[in-house]
Design a protein around this ligand. Structure first.
Ligand code: ADP
Length: 399
């Protein structure tokens, strides 16, 4: 790598680390006193020393990913190395006291708990299967026992209610000016859904919202919906629009993107643009999913109808994990039209999406089992204030 670009200053790195939230303590790792040092060598190698409440903290991998990905967005960075240490008893008590104060004084701008992993399902252009992947990934995560929010931010092209077979109107919370999501029980998990399609009477009315308040509508969904606790929030992003992405990135700086692309080269190029735009907004990219990979005909022959390799080469090009291929499956469209997500049935596409969900679930510590580090200490001292408020919901069972 040419070293004509200067390595970033340590202040810049520290300021980015303020976006890394300790999911358990609900504050950023800098304010919590966990960042013990930052070093930058002339050749752009960055070293960060982070002290954890305990070295065996299950959140370590998540913090490591967040730190590395944030720093890697900076020009002039050749590599990132994290050195781990443990807070001393005295430091730990100071950290806990900061966390306690932050939780007590927090008036969150959004209703999304700090412990929720936010995944913005994005694509460069429409028609690549972004909504199908967002909905079915959310259903797969919920069926696997997680509490999952699904926000349809594709305001004028909303398709989430149809794909889930739900209709009707979102209800207001009693005695509050907030909205309750439509809540669906799925296996051992729960799916909470919000879409413009559950607010307006028809697509024509939705079209009137176009542009005018698109950004404000998404903000409204993040601020005024009583989401309650969630392990994941999946957002079906409108294709290729920078405005909404910038708005979400400001409100939820810890959000990550999942880029959906097809095997075709031209789609790969627009998807790369979407990824670049995300990085300009300091969004971490969790990975790439290639949809519509291969069609297998009844005689077992495989047909690469849309080319091949676009997803993997995009992941390599932007330096993020490749999360998996989802094949072309004739069951996908009828399932969406019937309102029964294909991931609940057998089939090649279903198995592929379940595999991605398993991978995401494996790398995400559930909000409810964080007590292994220090959340229990915080919860003991704070009582219910440490836990996000649960919306008063009456779940509906589908699937
Ligand atoms: P986007 O949100 O990117 O506009 P959609 O999810 O609406 O895309 O999908 C576009 C069309 O492609 C829909 O008709 C959908 O049913 C179909 N589709 C998506 N993924 C697949 C797949 N893996 N196999 C077959 N059809 C698919």
């Amino acid at each position: 790598m040419s070293r004509s670009i200067q390595p970033p200053a340590s202040e810049r790195i520290v300021s980015l680390l303020r976006d890394v939230i300790d999911p358990e303590l609900g504050s950023n790792i800098v304010d919590l006193g966990m960042v013990k040092g930052v070093s930058i060598s002339n050749d752009g190698n960055v070293g960060v020393t982070i002290a954890l409440t305990t070295l065996g903290c299950p959140l370590r991998a998540q913090i490591q990913r967040d730190v590395k990905d944030r720093i890697a967005t900076l020009d002039g960075v050749a590599g990132v190395k994290i050195n781990w240490s443990e807070l001393t008893a005295e430091e730990k008590s100071r950290t806990m006291s900061i966390a306690r104060k932050n939780v007590a004084s927090q008036t969150p701008d959004t209703e999304i708990p700090l412990t929720t992993r936010v995944l913005l399902v994005s694509s460069g252009k429409g028609g690549v299967g972004k909504s199908s992947i967002a909905v079915n990934l959310a259903v797969a995560l919920a069926s696997g026992g997680r509490c999952v929010g699904l926000l349809d931010a594709d305001i004028w092209g909303y398709s989430v209610p149809r794909m889930l077979g739900i209709s009707g109107r979102l209800e207001g919370a009693t005695d509050q000016k907030k909205i309750l999501p439509t809540t669906l029980e799925m296996g051992d998990g729960v799916l909470k859904v919000v879409s413009m399609g559950l607010l307006v009477d028809d697509e024509k009315t939705a079209l009137m919202w176009r542009g005018l308040i698109l950004n404000r509508a998404v903000r409204h969904f993040l601020e005024d919906v009583l989401w309650g606790s969630m392990d994941f929030l999946l957002v079906d992003m409108p294709p290729g629009t920078g405005d909404v992405q910038m708005g979400v990135a400001k409100l939820l700086p810890r959000a990550e993107m999942i880029i959906v692309t097809t095997p075709s080269r031209s789609v790969q190029n627009v998807a790369a643009r979407a990824a670049r735009m995300g990085r300009n907004n300091y969004l971490r990219i969790a990975g790439v999913i290639e949809n519509m990979t291969i069609f297998t005909s009844d005689d077992g022959a495989e047909h690469a109808l849309f080319g091949s390799g676009g997803g993997e080469s995009l992941a390599a090009e932007i330096g993020v994990p490749f999360l998996g291929h989802v094949p072309i499956d004739p069951a996908v469209t009828p399932s969406s039209d019937e309102g029964r997500p294909f991931v609940l049935k057998d089939g090649a596409a279903a198995e592929a999406v379940r595999a991605v969900a398993r991978q995401l679930a494996a790398e995400t510590v559930p909000a409810g089992v964080m007590g292994r580090c220090s959340a229990h200490l915080l919860a003991d001292r704070l009582g219910d204030a440490a836990r996000p408020a649960e919306a008063a919901e009456s779940p509906v069972r589908i699937g």
